[in-house]
Design a binder for this molecule. Structure first.
Ligand code: SF4
Length: 434
């Protein structure tokens, strides 16, 4: 059972010695309750209290790392059922399924095609996360050949043949793969000895818990649970049940990320993004089929407590010159990605001066005093605009027309009131005579 900050505080030495880096024991207790600090940062806790605290502050779900040595993938480590309760930390990884039955040339070009896929959402660039290589051929050599060709991406190895997996693992010196095969002691022993993450199968939460407990008793703690569900409804029920057991019941056997098999079922894949897969296996899809999935994931796994912001700076839209208009707005991502395309649509090359509003939209930033005459004026002077344009005019959003007089006085530039909504920008710019 998780303890509150005050309950934790009662078990601390209460000397406020600051060895943990916090000014008081109470501050440390609050940080510990929120999972922001590790228990061992306090060296003076008595053994009995340490054991109680260690159990009570254990994260409900283990964080699992795997993949390439130079940039490991991380899944799990979640602490809530619903995003609004806190946040979701690690987005599910999309694993594209490839069969080792493909001709070497076709397999290679498929790998290159998947590696080259890029998805852009609100200024972020995403790639396919991993490949799932399936030993359809039944041949160890074919499997090893395919694994070798794909080894520059994080891999999920799928085979019922432990010897084939053992050989494939042998060529993966650059990474720690995930293996989906059997869930017997022999496979668990292999995973422990070869530093491999094992996906443990089970038809329901009871079977998964039993096998996870067995794996842990054999010293295997890098586990992913794979509920073998039939259909979307069963997936929704089983994955939710597994997550509840991990988070609400803090069941140590269920406190691991989950693997979901979506195949070519997009609705199932969406289901897994929302509830609650750590890895989603997909059959090869076209770029435009994958894009909505990546966008959904981006939306669900954006931290609601952190405003999405773009870098505050001077942006060029089109082939600007010294006569180009200058529009000013805030660095809220959505604002930028709404305004920028409309400026582009106008076909009038323009400068877009983005101020630092701590990721707030225009009206919110104005209300919070983060988009005022002084801030805009400083941005104008620090951006080097003076050297880039001959005129001395800036366009501000219509919603902050009331800033005009103060901004002209502060900056020395003429201020033009632009449209309130971004969709008014193309006409506004075309009609503008600077
Ligand atoms: S190190 Fe321990 S005793 Fe010292 S302030 Fe931190 S929590 Fe308190």
């Amino acid at each position: 059972m998780a303890l509150t900050g005050l309950q934790i505080y009662k078990l601390l030495p209460k000397t406020n010695c600051m060895k943990c880096g916090y000014p008081t024991c109470l501050a440390f207790a609050m940080a510990l309750a929120e999972g922001r600090v590790a228990l061992d940062k306090c060296p003076d806790i008595q053994e009995g209290q340490r054991m109680t605290l260690s159990e009570a502050t254990r994260p409900p779900m283990k964080t699992i790392q795997f993949g390439l040595k130079e940039c490991e993938c991380t899944i799990g480590g979640e602490v809530v059922l619903f995003r609004h309760e806190k946040t979701f930390y690690h987005q599910p990884l999309l694993a594209m399924l490839l069969s080792d039955n493909l001709e070497e040339k076709d397999f290679h070009s498929k790998v290159e095609e998947i590696k080259g896929m890029e998805f852009r959402c609100a200024g972020e660039v995403f790639k396919m996360d991993m490949l799932a290589i399936k030993n359809d051929s039944g041949e160890a050599d074919m499997f090893v050949r395919s694994v070798q060709l794909a080894r520059e991406m994080p891999l999920l190895l799928i085979s019922q043949d432990l010897e084939a997996v053992r050989k494939a693992r042998g060529v993966l010196t650059n990474q720690r793969p995930v293996v989906l095969g059997n869930s017997t002691d022999e496979w668990m022993d292999f995973a422990v000895k070869s530093d491999t993450v094992l996906a443990i199968k089970g038809r329901n939460s009871g079977e998964l818990a039993e096998r996870s407990g067995r794996a842990q008793s054999l010293g295997l703690d890098r586990i992913i649970l794979f509920p073998e569900v039939r259909g979307r409804k069963e997936a929704l029920v089983t994955f939710t049940q597994c997550r509840k057991l991990a988070i609400e019941k803090r069941d140590p056997e269920m406190g691991f990320p989950l693997l979901g098999w979506a195949g070519n079922d997009m609705a199932m894949a969406c289901n897994f993004i929302c509830k609650y897969a750590g890895i989603i296996v997909l059959e090869p899809m076209e770029y435009d089929e994958l894009f909505p999935l990546v966008t959904l994931r981006f939306n669900i796994f954006t931290d609601p407590q952190k405003p999405q912001a773009v870098e505050p700076k001077l942006y060029e839209v089109g082939r600007v010159n010294e006569h180009s208009p200058v529009l000013v707005t805030t660095n809220f991502s959505l604002t930028y990605f709404t305004v920028q395309p409309e400026v582009e649509n106008s076909k009038i090359p323009s400068y877009l001066l983005i101020t630092d509003s701590e990721g707030m939209s225009v009206q919110t930033a104005y209300a919070a005093d983060k988009f005022n005459a002084r801030i805009i004026s400083n941005a104008v002077h620090n951006s080097g605009l003076k050297e880039r344009v001959k005129h001395r005019r800036i366009i501000i959003p219509g919603y902050v027309a009331m800033l005009k007089a103060a901004l002209e006085e502060e900056s020395g530039w003429e201020v033009i009131i632009g449209p309130k909504e971004a969709n008014g920008i193309p006409k506004f710019l075309r009609d503008l005579h600077l």
